[in-house]
Design a protein around this ligand. Structure first.
Ligand SMILES: Cc1ncc(COP(=O)(O)O)c(C=O)c1O
Length: 466
């Protein structure tokens, strides 16, 4: 027999055995709910009077059952504050010990993450208040698979102004992160008969897998000092995925002549170029170079994300598509999950329209430029280590002296020091015999924590190579 109590504002489905005695039945049901985690530590139970009324028991029966569970250590009580569920040692160890738990990161130098401790909470709260104050009820109803028009309008203006993207709201589709966008787009391209795509080598392995899951075979496109070798796209490839502003992970920008080459390839073959502008806002020596999409808007899909400017928790990204791809992508998005959550889209639109987004990025750019300089100063004092890429983005690639520990050994030593950092090898399509290196993210740590993170890294590097 199941009961649902709702007194004290707390709802719980409780399995009471019809055959059990009333008091022992209630005790067993509560014990089971605590043990299987339905009643987590800290939960305040309903008052004895309220629960007795809901379950049709006497108040004395409920009080006796509660007291029994206090005796057994499942509940705690203090005069005047009711009964709460305790943290049992056995339960604590079950929830914290997971076989796949990654080692704790004390010093966060992971590439690709912004400093989320600088999230613009005040501006976000103010924008949320503006969105919700006097909001029409329809914003709480089912959303648009293409994305809220307010956000698409705001992005069209912002991307044109800051990145030179040719964007109109009807060309934009909002997705739950680039990860979802790239998966859906790969499915759409596969549905149009494209079987394989050329991807930068090295490149981000997570997105390579997403593209493969979307239905495309991937072929490697080598990367040199001028970016991806777009002159080597194999004849069968119908799409090319690039990070032209700041190649991930080497950091080189795509050379202007190669930008022209890949656009000419798309025009002449009908192929599609996908531009992942994941950190295009961050260039420290001069203004960011404009998006590739601006050269050939009918052949390039421009992809941007809030993951590097605000934080990956939002899962908000956008694609600016050639018009002929929009209906298929919107259909794929609808089939995948109907639409991206609406309220944060509206808040981001408000943030962009009121220029708080620009202000936040400008402040972050100043902080990250300083941090990158600190990193370079430390590298300069460590002979044999070389930094690659232009001053841009949220990470730098360091290549290692040939004599000394391997990348894997170095990563082990970093882990021992509690350093969160990434190796280069796993980003190669074929990791055997490829250059080794470390990707150092200079944005992820908070301002206060960053110097200590650098100290920890260079303690490892200096002891390895001197
Ligand atoms: C190369 C690259 N592209 C795109 C993204 C953005 O991904 P998402 O929007 O799914 O968080 C990232 C984030 O780590 C990235 O490293």
């Amino acid at each position: 027999m199941s009961h649902f109590w709702s007194s004290s504002g707390l709802d719980l489905h409780l399995d009471l055995q019809a055959t059990a005695k009333r008091r022992s039945g209630l005790e067993s049901a509560l014990r089971a709910a605590i043990q299987d985690g339905r009643l987590p530590a800290g939960t305040l139970l309903p008052s004895t009077r309220g629960l007795a009324r809901d379950l049709g028991l006497s108040r004395g029966t409920v009080t006796a059952a509660y007291n029994q569970l206090v005796e057994e250590g499942f509940l705690a009580t203090r005069p005047g504050s009711g009964f709460t569920v305790t943290e049992l040692p056995s339960r604590a160890s079950v929830t914290t010990a997971s076989p796949s738990a990654s080692p704790r990161i004390r010093h966060d130098l992971r590439p690709g993450l912004p400093d989320v401790s600088a999230f613009p909470t005040g501006a976000w709260l103010a924008a949320t208040r503006r969105v919700l104050t006097g909001a029409r009820p329809e914003i709480f109803a089912a959303g648009d698979p293409q994305g809220r028009i307010e956000l698409r309008r705001a992005l069209a203006g912002y991307l044109g102004r800051t990145r030179g993207v040719v964007a109109t709201p009807d060309r934009i589709v909002i997705t739950s992160g680039y990860h979802q966008g790239v998966t859906l787009l790969s499915g759409v391209l596969a549905g149009r008969g494209i079987t394989s795509a050329a991807l930068e080598d090295p490149g981000h392995n997570v997105y390579r897998q997403a593209i493969q899951r979307g239905g495309l075979a991937t072929v490697p496109l080598p990367v040199d000092q001028q970016g991806a070798r777009v002159d080597t796209v194999p004849p069968g490839a119908g799409a090319v995925f690039l990070t032209p502003s700041h190649q991930y992970p080497t950091g080189v920008p795509l050379h202007p002549s190669r930008r022209q080459t890949v656009c000419a390839w798309a025009r002449s073959t009908g192929g599609v170029v996908i531009e992942d502008d994941y950190d295009g806002e961050y260039r420290y020596d001069r203004r960011p170079i404009g998006a590739l999409q601006g050269i050939a808007p009918d052949h390039v899909v421009y992809c941007g994300t809030a993951s590097k400017t605000l934080g990956p928790a939002l899962r908000l990204a956008w694609m600016v598509l050639p018009p002929h791809l929009v209906p298929d992508l919107v259909r794929a998005k609808q089939d995948a999950d109907l639409f991206t959550e609406t309220l944060n889209q509206l808040v981001l639109a408000e943030l962009i329209s009121g220029y708080a987004y620009d202000r936040h990025i400008r402040a972050a750019r100043l902080r990250y430029r300083r941090r990158r300089m600190l990193l370079l100063d430390r590298v300069a004092a460590c002979p044999g280590i070389t930094v690659h890429g232009v001053p841009a983005g949220l990470h730098s690639l360091l290549t290692l002296p040939t004599m000394g520990p391997t990348e894997a050994e170095l990563l082990d030593r970093c882990t021992e020091q509690g350093l969160g950092i990434r190796g280069l090898t796993e980003l190669h399509h074929n990791p055997d015999d490829r250059p080794q290196g470390l990707l150092v993210g200079f944005a992820a740590a908070s301002e206060r924590a960053y110097p200590a993170a650098l100290d920890a890294l260079f303690t490892v590097l200096v002891s390895a190579y001197t």
